[in-house]
Ligand binder design. Structure first.
Ligand SMILES: *[C@@H]1O[C@H](CO)[C@@H](O)[C@H](O)[C@H]1NC(C)=O
Ligand SMILES: *[C@@H]1O[C@H](CO)[C@@H](O)[C@H](O)[C@H]1NC(C)=O
Ligand SMILES: *[C@@H]1O[C@H](CO)[C@@H](O)[C@H](O)[C@H]1NC(C)=O
Length: 260
């Protein structure tokens, strides 16, 4: 009887109570080292994907920020790396363990503070994705509606993979069914976005050269039917961003608690 009782209680817990999360250990600065620590218990190895958001702040709107993945070493619960982003730009951090993309949560938009070091980027050279992908219908992702994602197979290495990153929300891997070729397009797959309308969604593409090597595109998910939604459908949920405390403006004030 006792076992039955505790099982019932456990069943009432939210399905998506993450077993672990992360904190920024210091404020991110231009070309400075950024350190992150895992809180709680996940299944190592851990990794963090740093995704630029918002505009460039450099003259001529030159974009120097690349999506970067940082692997934690072995079973380590802390990592430190140089953040090669200019001051006053923003990014989100998506932390994962071996169970899946985004399992450790996603921060809201974090602001890079200024420093005296500008040696980590070339302000005159625009970064380019290593390959391009397209979506159909172009330029929109609607709730529960099919979206085709396709690419030129001669320009990729291996099979591309895609992630949906939701600032301050629950990021996910885009499920990739069987690949197909559509006339006048290229190789790709059809995906039904189980993401609620109004959610800010970054679609991140990459191939064997690394996650994000095809860059990212930002969408506000459009209206659609409810056929694909459940309690577990990802959406940005202000109030539960990961990352602990971090600057959300150039004055260094603010924390992640306000959401994306
Ligand atoms: C950043 O980290 C690297 C490698 O750990 C170290 O050599 C360097 O001194 C650090 N830079 C600063 C400004 O702390
Ligand atoms: C990070 O780990 C992945 C495997 O999870 C590996 O493919 C990738 O090369 C690693 N990246 C670096 C910079 O070591
Ligand atoms: C996938 O999407 C394309 C383009 O919208 C469409 O022509 C094709 O019929 C779809 N395939 C499936 C299996 O739904």
């Amino acid at each position: 009887m006792r076992a039955f009782t505790s099982l019932s209680a456990a069943a009432l817990l939210p399905v998506f109570a993450a077993a672990f999360s992360f904190n920024f250990d210091n404020s991110p600065t231009q070309c400075g080292n950024l350190s992150l620590s895992i809180t709680g218990t996940g299944t190592p190895p851990y990794r963090v994907l740093i995704i630029p958001v918002g505009p460039s702040t450099l003259p001529g709107n030159i974009e120097v920020r690349k999506i970067t993945q940082q692997n934690f070493t072995g079973e380590s619960t802390q990592t430190s790396f140089q953040l090669k982003f200019p001051s006053n730009t923003q990014f989100i951090a998506v932390v994962s363990d071996s169970t899946g993309f985004g399992s450790g949560g996603t921060s809201g938009a974090v602001t890079v503070l200024s420093s005296n070091d500008a040696s980590c980027f070339d302000p005159h050279t625009q970064v380019q994705p290593l390959f391009a992908y397209s979506i159909v219908p172009a330029g929109v992702i609607n709730q529960c509606a099919p979206t085709r994602i396709w690419w030129d197979p001669t320009l990729v290495q291996g099979t591309p993979t895609f992630q949906g990153a939701i600032p301050g929300g629950q990021s996910f891997s885009v499920p990739e069914g069987a690949l197909s070729t559509v006339p006048d397009q290229g190789l790709g797959f059809n995906w039904t976005a189980s993401v609620r309308a109004g959610t800010t969604l970054l679609l991140v593409g990459g191939d064997d050269r690394g996650p994000g090597t095809a860059g990212s595109s930002v969408f506000i998910v459009g209206q659609g039917d409810n056929s694909c939604l459940s309690d577990q459908s990802p959406s940005s949920t202000p109030g539960s961003p990961a990352g602990g405390s971090y600057p959300t403006s150039t004055s260094g004030s603010g924390t992640g608690s306000g959401g994306g």
